[in-house]
Write a protein that binds this ligand. Structure first.
Ligand SMILES: [Zn+2]
Length: 135
């Protein structure tokens, strides 16, 4: 049985991060479908979950490994952008009491300055443009 499965999967793409992510979304949709099963929108969530499940299987058994790999890369870079923004926001929130954050008007870089210093001139470490802010 195991050998059969292995020979079936040979040359096929298999599981990746995007595949796992799709399955997680699928589970969430199924839970939502269960919770809303008595309402009109229930079947919609159920159908969406089923469609995603089929999609993840199609990707897994796909022989177009190049294409699937590129899809996964696109997903990974999207996830990286999202999580890096999130961790930065969390970091800034934790330093909110002692520091203030300003966006440089020249290049858009976020500049961190100590709080409660009154009106100060801030020089951007990246493009050297200076601007005045109240901290
Ligand atoms: Zn700048």
């Amino acid at each position: 049985m195991k050998n059969k499965l292995m020979s079936f999967m040979r040359g096929r793409y298999g599981m990746d991060q995007l595949g796992k992510f799709i399955l997680v979304i699928c589970c969430i949709l199924l839970v939502v479908a269960l919770l809303t099963s008595r309402t009109v929108v229930g079947p919609i969530f159920y159908f969406l979950a089923l469609a995603l499940l089929i999609y993840s299987y199609v990707r897994m058994f796909s022989r177009k490994i190049d294409k699937r790999y590129r899809e996964n890369m696109a997903y990974m870079s999207f996830r990286y952008r999202f999580t890096s923004r999130w961790t930065r926001a969390k970091e800034q929130a934790s330093q909110r009491k002692t520091h203030r954050f300003f966006k440089c008007p020249g290049c858009g870089t976020t500049v961190r300055v100590p709080k409660n210093k009154g009106k100060i001139r801030i020089t951007c470490p990246k493009c050297k443009q200076s601007f005045i802010k109240t901290t």
